[in-house]
Design a binder for this molecule. Structure first.
Ligand SMILES: CC(C)(COP(=O)(O)OP(=O)(O)OC[C@H]1O[C@@H](n2cnc3c(N)ncnc32)[C@H](O)[C@@H]1OP(=O)(O)O)[C@@H](O)C(=O)NCCC(=O)NCCS
Length: 140
């Protein structure tokens, strides 16, 4: 298993992996629409320089993107959650953010993932909308 930036050949499989998870998130219809757009292969391609995947030759296990200092599109494969893969890909994001010189990073977390981010040292700041909480982590 390796962590690498996404490449063209991974787009379809990563998009499908994300789209299997979205229905479990209990989001508003707007939230589902937004996440579905965000997981389109074209959207993944636009972010390809900042989008990481944990993969082997058969599977995409997890993905996370850092746009400026904002963590986006963090997903672990529906069949491989709670095995440490989300934490592993977030570690790559922390290293990448440090490399880029950021002092802190943020994310709009869906409510069901707040405890995941807390376990990684993020703090809740405020509710952004019906689906999301703004969370921040100092990395220096
Ligand atoms: C949130 C998500 C990425 C976590 O990935 P994961 O691979 O299952 O998480 P890990 O196994 O690496 O867990 C890391 C830590 O977070 C905790 N954790 C993970 N999911 C959790 C949850 N839903 N509630 C509480 N704690 C959770 C784990 O217990 C673990 O804690 P530990 O280090 O103290 O043992 C995954 O559940 C997912 O894809 N969810 C749907 C999409 C999503 O919510 N994305 C993020 C916000 S947009």
């Amino acid at each position: 298993m390796i962590i690498t930036k996404i490449s063209k050949k991974d787009l379809e499989m990563t998009s499908n992996m994300i789209r299997e998870v979205i229905p479990l998130l209990n989001l508003s219809p707007e939230g589902v629409k937004f996440m579905t757009q965000q997981s389109d292969p074209k959207a993944l391609l636009e972010d390809k320089n900042d989008c990481f995947i944990l993969k082997d030759e058969n599977n995409i296990y997890a993905t996370a993107t850092l746009k400026k200092n904002k963590v986006e599109r963090v997903f672990t494969n529906i069949n491989y959650q709670k095995k440490g893969f989300g934490k592993l890909i977030m570690q790559e994001i922390f290293n990448y953010a440090i490399q880029k010189g950021f002092d802190e990073i943020c994310t709009n977390s869906v409510k069901s993932a707040v405890d995941f981010y807390k376990s990684l040292g993020f703090e809740s700041i405020k509710e952004v909308n019906i689906d999301c909480i703004l969370m921040v982590k100092k990395i220096k």
